[in-house]
Design a protein. Structure first.
Length: 144
């Protein structure tokens, strides 16, 4: 690694990442949040909490971790109160929608709650990545 690259802030190096590397960074940050989310969900359901409420609680617990990781390591932007509020608002809406879907799926299919939760992950991940790309677009390099 050259001397210039060693002294540049991490965010500047990340701004030049290819989209595939951004996606991988988002996946890793989201994976950390997912571990927090699934762990909390499993514990709460084991304690007798309804799956929809358990999903709300475990999901909200992971939001801040995901925000801190993806802003820096996936999109190369700093954290700001305004983007945090928008990020939390988006995730809140997504959590409420997916909690309702998970509760419905458990009741109508009789499948274990964790199976319904895991089945929702690819859909929620895709929507969250698309929204985060939009929200943090300032971290992308300019064309030309």
């Amino acid at each position: 690694m050259n001397e210039f690259a060693e002294r540049r802030p991490v965010g500047r190096r990340l701004r030049s990442l290819r989209p595939s590397r951004r996606f991988v960074g988002f996946a890793l940050g989201s994976g950390a949040g997912l571990l927090i989310d699934l762990g909390g969900f499993g514990v709460l359901v084991a304690l007798g909490v309804a799956p929809g409420i358990a999903n709300l609680c475990s999901s909200f617990a992971s939001i801040t971790v995901v925000y801190l990781l993806v802003t820096r390591y996936s999109f190369g932007v700093g954290t700001k109160p305004s983007t945090y509020v928008i990020f939390v608002a988006w995730y809140s809406l997504a959590i409420i929608v997916f909690s309702t879907i998970i509760e419905w799926a458990v009741v109508t299919t009789g499948l274990p709650p964790i199976v319904c939760k895991l089945a929702s992950v690819p859909f929620s991940f895709s929507l969250n990545y698309a929204f985060s790309r939009f929200l943090f677009k300032r971290g992308r390099p300019k064309a030309g």
